[in-house]
Each structure stands twice: as structure tokens, then as C-alpha cells.
Design a protein. Structure first.
Length: 114
């Protein structure tokens, strides 16, 4: 019985660790690059199907392509080297928890011009 409890506990820990951690911040995807900015950190977002799903949801809240949108995701954080993403910290989106319009009065907008 103790052995079964031990195995179930280990599996529960493994599954909970595998899901990643919850991250809230401002998200933008523009011209093939994605960034998630929290209060304390900036993450390059790895390009996956979940990124494209998040971007599709975020588009409904944007008036400009470079507008940031408030998001809450579950993601796996890594600092593994990547050819395209030069941010030190990167995140792979595992689950999209919430997507909302940016807070009113937030004028921290950067306009990119090609």
C-alpha cells in the first residue's frame, strides 16, 4: 500500500511540474516575433501552435498590429539558446488561461515603423 501511495505521489508531482507555471503579462506578436512582458521579466515566446492560437485570440483586442494585450498563460520557461529568439528567457505556451484588453490608461505603446 505504501508503495502504491509513493508511486501515485511521484506521478502527481511529475504531472504538475510538466504543466509549467502561470505567467501574467502583456503580449505582442508582430512580424514573426513574440514577446511576453511581466512586471519583472521579458520573455521571448517560442513559435508553436499555441502561440498562433493566442495571437488569434489577442487580435480581437488590438486596434494596431503592435498593440499589447493582457494575457494569462501556463508556460514552460527556459533559457536554452535559440537561433531566432535572443531574449535570455524564453517561454513555451502550454495553456492559454485568459486574454483581455490592455488596462485603460496604459500608454506604454511602442509603434514600430518599417
Amino acid at each position: 500500500m505504501k508503495r502504491a501511495f509513493f508511486i501515485v505521489t511521484i506521478l502527481a508531482i511529475f504531472v504538475s511540474c510538466e504543466k509549467g507555471e502561470i505567467i501574467k503579462g502583456e503580449f505582442v506578436y508582430y512580424d514573426g516575433a513574440a514577446v511576453l512582458q511581466t512586471q519583472n521579466e521579458i520573455y521571448g515566446v517560442l513559435i508553436t501552435d499555441k502561440l498562433h492560437e493566442l495571437n488569434k485570440k489577442a487580435e480581437t483586442f488590438k486596434s494596431e498590429p503592435t498593440d499589447m494585450v493582457s494575457v494569462e498563460i501556463r508556460g514552460r520557461i527556459t533559457n536554452q539558446k535559440d537561433e531566432k529568439i535572443l531574449w535570455e528567457n524564453k517561454v513555451e505556451i502550454v495553456e492559454i488561461l485568459d486574454v483581455t484588453a490592455p488596462k485603460k490608461g496604459d500608454n506604454n505603446v511602442v509603434k514600430l515603423v518599417k
